[in-house]
Write a protein that binds this ligand. Structure first.
Ligand SMILES: [Zn+2]
Length: 68
């Protein structure tokens, strides 16, 4: 399940209303993410250089998305 999210096509998922580009701490483009796949995708970059503007907590676990 989780590994599939790494290849999640955010813009073609009807459950996803918004997706955004994610950048690493140096402003280098990583990938497009949404609330569903963000942790899965960013998890692959994390070991390297990921220092987002959001902080670690946000990246970790977002099991229950706020309703919006
Ligand atoms: Zn996605």
């Amino acid at each position: 399940m989780d590994s599939e999210l790494k290849y999640h096509d955010c813009r073609n998922d009807p459950e996803v209303e918004s997706s955004w580009a994610e950048y690493d701490g140096r402003g280098i483009y990583l990938c497009r993410v949404c609330w569903k796949c963000r942790s899965a995708k960013l998890g692959t970059y994390r070991r390297k250089v990921l220092r987002t503007f959001y902080g670690e907590n946000d990246v970790c676990e977002q099991i229950e998305p706020d309703e919006w």
